[in-house]
Design a protein around this ligand. Structure first.
Ligand code: GDP
Length: 319
């Protein structure tokens, strides 16, 4: 089952979500590229825009070194090379690491139920991400189970139950304070018994301390692996775009303890620093699969490297 493809609507939503980033940073490039000279001022402006938009210093320097090395003669050449470099970074990180998303056309799918373990710090939009993805699968008439694995917070369990009702997905939940791995176990059992297509396993984003949290996530992952006979088909890290480089260092802890295979970058509409996408690709080496484009239930778009870079470098007339 292919989750969903780019469409004119999702392209427009991504472009709209990038408006703040374009207005604050990338929009400046229009003036830079209007001049024909390839001089130091141009390189400085590019550096300022990329770093300012949270692309990360190392990534920015590497990208600009490669563009320079190609010896562009006009500013239009620079724009074209920059476009290709940035999209190339995203494409390289975009290779499938899991078994569900970003696969070649016609690739074999895992046996049902597919299991997606969802991790991330509280407040990043993890529950909303699960709700939106479940909604997309439900739109394709897939059977979906949501496992309320953030047993630390009663509110998290309730919120997932609300999403389950809203999108028509069964929710497997235990009481607050119960064992998260047991919830995952039950959800997989139920998924197998009821011919479910996809099981989303929510997890805690915060426990007494970081070690507790990482131990718990590792345990949930182990239980899934043992019971499913394979690792989770995707481990989705939900990352809040507005937290910038700070969010990135939090993300590293998750990548160390659970083998993350994909990223959903939420709140792209709420940041002027959409360049964080490039840092995710180069510093975490992970593919961004989805972006959150607003507050609504359907505000999710598939991530496409070329379209993303084109939107960033779009002429101001389009903003
Ligand atoms: P959790 O604690 O990680 O489960 O976070 P929630 O799913 O409860 O989301 C936290 C807040 O972020 C909620 O108010 C969501 O509506 C909001 N949110 C989530 N995704 C997006 C997004 O893509 N754009 C915007 N603007 N808000 C979002």
């Amino acid at each position: 089952m292919r989750l969903f493809r780019r469409s004119p609507q999702t392209d427009a939503a991504t472009e709209q979500a990038l408006e703040r980033t374009r207005k604050s940073w990338f929009g400046r490039l229009a003036t830079v590229f209007q001049g024909s000279d390839v001089d130091e001022a141009l390189w400085e402006s590019l550096e300022e825009v990329l770093i300012g938009a949270d692309t990360g210093v190392t990534t920015t320097m590497d990208v600009l070194d490669r563009v320079r090395a190609a010896k562009p003669r006009t500013s239009e050449d620079v724009r074209e090379l920059l476009r290709a470099e940035l999209a190339g970074l995203l494409r390289t990180a975009g290779d499938a690491k899991g078994r569900l998303w970003g696969l070649e056309e016609g690739a074999a799918e895992p046996d049902a139920p597919a299991v997606v373990l969802v991790v991330g710090v509280n407040g990043t939009g993890k529950t909303t991400a699960i709700g939106r993805l479940a909604h997309l699968y439900r739109q394709q008439s897939a059977k979906v189970i949501l496992a309320a694995g953030d047993t630390y917070r009663a509110a998290a369990i309730e919120q997932l139950q609300v999403w389950g009702k809203r999108v028509g997905a069964e929710v497997i939940a235990h009481q607050q304070g119960s064992d998260a791995a047991a919830v995952a176990f039950d959800a997989i059992e139920a998924g197998k018994a009821r011919g479910v297509d996809v099981v989303f396993v929510d997890t805690a984003g915060r426990l007494h301390n970081k070690q507790n949290l990482m131990d718990e996530l590792a345990k949930v992952r182990r239980i899934i692996e043992r019971h499913l006979g394979r690792a989770p088909d995707e481990v989705l890290l939900v990352l809040d775009a507005t937290t910038g480089q700070n969010g990135l260092s939090q993300a590293r802890a998750f990548t160390e303890f659970v083998d993350v295979t994909a990223v959903m970058l939420t709140k792209l509409d709420g940041t002027a620093k959409g360049g964080i996408v490039f840092s995710v690709a180069t510093e975490l080496g992970l593919p961004v699969r989805f972006v959150g484009t607003g507050q609504g239930e359907g505000d999710i778009a598939p991530f496409d490297p070329d379209q993303f870079v084109d939107s960033l470098l779009a002429e101001p007339a389009r903003t």
